[in-house]
Design a protein around this ligand. Sequence first.
Ligand SMILES: C[S@@+](CC[C@H](N)C(=O)[O-])C[C@H]1O[C@@H](n2cnc3c(N)ncnc32)[C@H](O)[C@@H]1O
Length: 358
Amino acid sequence: MTNPNFARLRLDAETQSYQAFIGAFRKLWAGPLYRSMRDEAAALPNQEPENFAAFEAELHQQPKHQFFGWLEHNLQKMKYEGRWGVVPAANAQRDEIEALMAAPVGGNRLTEDPALQLPDYYEENDFHNHPGGLREDPLAAVIYRESASAAGGVVGKADLHARYVQALLGDAKVKRVIDIGCGFGRSTFCFTNALPEATAVGVDLSGSCVRLSAHLAEGRPDENRVHFVQADGVKVPFADASFDLFTSTMLLHEMPADAIRELIAEAFRVLEPGGISSHLDFLPPPINFLRALYLGHSDRNAEPFMRELAEMDMVAEHEKVGFTDVEIIPFAEDDQGLGEKWRLPWTIIRARKPAEAK
Ligand SMILES: C[S@@+](CC[C@H](N)C(=O)[O-])C[C@H]1O[C@@H](n2cnc3c(N)ncnc32)[C@H](O)[C@@H]1O
């Protein structure tokens, strides 16, 4: 039976209140505090993109900006750690949830590779300040999923992935999807929801993530059309031309530039001629204030490779391996209007493998 609450953590009343408090504080941080800081920053000199370094240095001296940064870093850490964090809540239920996670997965939905060599960048970084990252703890994906909804969520609204899929697909007839860095499957399931004829493979380095995703598939109408595979997205265990859509959401900014280049080449290899490559990620606009906040987020939120992604020419990188029709498309996180709230600069990077390509 479909059970979207599979391995969900129970949060006691104190933890729920504390997480709600963090969520309310995040609203103040992303709304009124952001707007007040933005208005002050508009009066600073060096607004021209070529004077970015001087603008950023000046912004860093502003007390409101320092408070904004302090809150960004600490509210995120408070969500995970401390007496009422998500991690201690998981530890309190560890035996029970580990047993659920370890239960056999039915069908042909899960391929694990416990011997998979993890890339150094993945071993060395606790992305978005998730303690221990998604690497070893069998409950890592359970904690990640909980933190994505606790305290007002990590990033994005509940329908973000579905809107991405809609924007991306249009009337494209896609049959075989590969979703790299699938996490706990929220992106992957959006494709099988939108494409009743299609199959989708979710790939992730994290054994915990692919296992949780495969459990979550159980009993869903698409349970036999999804397959979760533990692998590195830059070297997936599939033959050339196996897919007609290669996609990721919120993956690129967690990879160093060289790994992104390998990923683009791998996309070209596993796509059939005419296939689409599409990533939903973040590219900052050439507005000094927004760029400074984005790069600051990279430092404060343990997302060190956002800087490398911001420097890359994604059109040229795609064209270099043979992709055509490369488009960089800003994507609205919600309908509340850019600029009135702090938002990450969501962007779709889409390209096509030419029909005549080998
Ligand atoms: C921020 S999460 C996004 C998860 C999911 N796509 C979503 O939108 O909810 C990034 C995911 O990418 C995975 N990841 C990072 N590097 C990867 C790689 N080289 N190959 C496959 N997965 C990777 C991480 O383990 C993590 O689950």
